[in-house]
Design a protein. Structure first.
Length: 354
């Protein structure tokens, strides 16, 4: 959606590129640090890291709230990107002709070449929404045990600093402009605050089936409506392929429909898990702290391993396997690993009845 004429948005884009150049030149040698920060801000981490940690180490309800906020905000982020047509710095620099007008020294990274539109930042929006309930409960627990306002401010301070660093990392690697980061942070905080009390927990299987179907159908309907109206929603993928420094950095998991596949699969996976016989038996018992710790560690290792497995490049097969993979994640965390830990637990660490 590039416009060769100078527009108001070009002011934001130009200043954003200059800010990114300043970050890269002022912080030499910190590339690995910023790449790690951007990894922990990846929406995928909500499903493979933050959800299991919150589920086992804080509270089951908090864990499920984290997961629901992650997938709802990811769906909303996809819709926003389709409608806002945000550029990304790594392609705008060349596509706009800015690099010909002014000599700039900017580097791309393997995480730079995302294929979807850039506004708002999904890393900031989705991570911000998903982590809100964790921060809220930690702040509440500290307030119950401490009268110090400094201690009570710690969770939210860490939360805001984390979002700031995630935003800076996205600017540093040329994935986003500053205004896209700010918009993502504000949207994520707002969604977390507004929706954390409205999250469905255990419902009938039909609810999960219809929710999964509705998320997929509504997104597909919006997609084809925009196509019929003459809007090319593949414009960002074309620009990413054109200007990415290394074609190997273009990953299918950054395609717009990859996030939709993840969200619909997760909802269906929750429904299948909650209505499985293994979960019905597991509900009657409560894991001890040592068992919960083992479940958290095993969840991180298992989900990271499964998410890192290379998938075939055929589009249909890739999406099919991705759907099956994310549909299995809730079952692995909520049912499979707790049951396995219970079976393997020594007599000295028994589970406790509810």
């Amino acid at each position: 959606m590039n416009n060769k004429g100078f527009t108001t948005m070009d002011i934001f884009y130009t200043s954003g590129v200059q800010f990114a150049e300043m970050l890269q030149s002022a912080l030499p040698g910190l590339e690995d640090f910023w790449l790690w920060v951007t990894f922990f801000g990846d929406p995928k981490c909500v499903f493979i890291i933050y959800f299991p940690l919150a589920y086992f180490l804080l509270d089951k309800k908090i864990g499920l709230t984290v997961l629901w906020l992650g997938l709802i905000s990811e769906w909303l982020n996809l819709m926003s990107k389709w409608l806002l047509f945000g550029e990304r710095p790594f392609w705008w620099i060349s596509e706009s002709g800015f690099s010909k007008k002014k000599e700039i020294f900017l580097r791309q990274f393997p995480s730079s070449c995302e294929t979807g539109p850039g506004s708002p930042s999904g890393h900031c929006m989705i991570t911000g929404a998903a982590l809100w309930p964790i921060v809220s409960i930690l702040a509440r627990q500290i307030a119950q045990n401490s009268k110090s306002w400094i201690m009570r401010a710690v969770p939210f301070t860490v939360y805001f600093v984390l979002l700031l660093f995630i935003g800076l990392s996205r600017i540093f690697i040329l994935a986003h402009f500053p205004h896209q980061v700010i918009g993502g942070i504000l949207a994520g905080i707002s969604l977390g605050w507004l929706l954390q009390s409205w999250i469905p927990l255990e419902r009938g299987f039909r609810f999960y089936l219809m929710t999964s179907f509705s998320l997929g159908l509504s997104a597909t309907a919006i997609y084809w409506t925009l196509i019929i109206l003459g809007i090319d929603l593949n414009w960002s993928m074309k620009l990413a392929a054109k200007w990415c420094e290394n074609p190997k950095w273009i990953r299918m998991d950054t395609y717009p429909f990859a996030s939709l596949c993840r969200d619909t699969a997760t909802v269906l996976g929750l429904g299948l898990t909650f209505h499985s016989s293994s979960y019905t038996q597991l509900k009657l018992e409560k894991l001890g702290w040592l068992q919960r710790g083992w479940c958290a560690v095993l969840s991180l290792v298992t989900l990271y391993f499964l998410s890192s497995i290379a998938q075939p490049q055929g589009v249909a097969l890739w999406y099919g396997l991705n759907f099956v993979k994310y549909a299995s994640f809730p079952w692995i965390v909520i049912s499979l690993l707790p049951k396995a830990v219970q079976i393997l637990a020594s007599p000295g660490t028994p589970s406790h009845p509810e």
